[in-house]
Design a protein around this ligand. Structure first.
Ligand SMILES: [Zn+2]
Ligand SMILES: [Zn+2]
Length: 291
């Protein structure tokens, strides 16, 4: 894994986690930082998020802050555990390391209860860290349960949430970030949806999940149907990219056949399949890549 750190003007995309539920040591759980004028905005907080954020800081992404203490604004695509198991880490570690403003988090219904339950689960720790000579101010989290539309706007960025389809039982969003110099769209986890295409006008960077087709028929019909209803194949993503025409397509959340076995198609297969049908610039994202 060779991290690539580059400067790309005022807005940069820092891949903090490009993995899936599978505990791949080289890929943390889903997490992406959009850094605008040295302010970081986090999308998803899978397991490993704060360690990867600290690694990005060490590699030169100063905006993350020492101890990831500048992570103050986060957006959640959906409540699946692979996207949220870093949430206690995001709440507590940067606070311990010096974050003195509340953490503000935007996400689907259920985020408030998850937040309250995490704070409750760590109440003993919070109790001892907020008293005595080394007492910290209270650890505050502002939660906004969102609906589609503009969910956040400040001097750096306008963030629009749009609905995506990730199975039939779960609310899931993608996000569009518009800054002075770039438009970035993140799919989150989704099967092909028109709403993503509708929110990709003028898209500079499209960050999208995908699964390869080569061995997709080797799993049970039920798993094949699950994937079709929850995720996007390389063929489908090529079709989306041809319609959206982003300057750069970044693939993340590259899932395995059946979601579990360690015999998934390689990254080369993934990229070959996309390139057969899409001639634009496409890369497979790795943790700590900067675009
Ligand atoms: Zn996922
Ligand atoms: Zn998911």
């Amino acid at each position: 894994m060779a991290p690539t750190i580059s400067q790309n003007g005022a807005t940069r995309v820092v891949m903090l986690g490009t993995g899936t539920p599978r505990p791949d040591p080289d890929r943390s759980g889903p997490a992406t930082a959009i850094v605008v004028n040295e302010t970081p905005y986090l999308v998803d907080f899978g397991p490993g998020v704060i360690r990867r954020a600290a690694a990005a800081y060490q590699k030169g992404v100063a905006a993350i802050g020492l101890g990831a203490s500048n992570l103050k604004t986060a957006f959640l695509t959906h409540l699946h555990s692979d996207h949220t198991m870093g949430y206690p880490d995001l709440i507590f570690t940067p606070w311990l390391m010096g974050r003195r403003e509340p953490l503000t988090v935007f996400g689907p219904k259920g985020l408030r209860a998850m937040t309250e339950n995490i704070l409750k689960a760590w109440e003993v720790d919070l109790g001892v860290r907020t008293v005595g000579w080394h007492a910290r101010p209270p650890c505050e989290v502002n939660v906004h349960e969102i609906a589609p539309g503009v969910v956040h706007r400040d001097s750096n960025v306008t963030v629009t949430a749009f609905p995506v389809h990730h199975g039939d039982d779960l609310e899931a969003f993608g996000f569009r970030f518009e800054t002075a110099d770039r438009t970035i769209v993140l799919s989150g986890d989704t099967s092909p949806t028109q709403s993503l295409i509708d929110h990709c006008e003028g898209c500079d960077v499209l960050i999208h999940e995908a699964y390869p087709l080569k061995n997709s028929g080797t799993v049970s019909p039920a798993w094949q149907e699950f994937r079709r209803n929850h995720h996007t194949s390389t063929q489908e993503l090529a079709d989306i990219a041809n319609r959206v025409n982003p300057d750069l397509l970044v693939i993340y959340h590259h899932s395995n056949a059946g979601g579990g076995p360690l015999t998934g198609d390689s990254e080369d297969v993934l990229l070959d399949e996309i390139r057969q049908a899409y001639k634009g610039k496409v890369v497979s994202g790795h943790d700590l890549d900067v675009f």
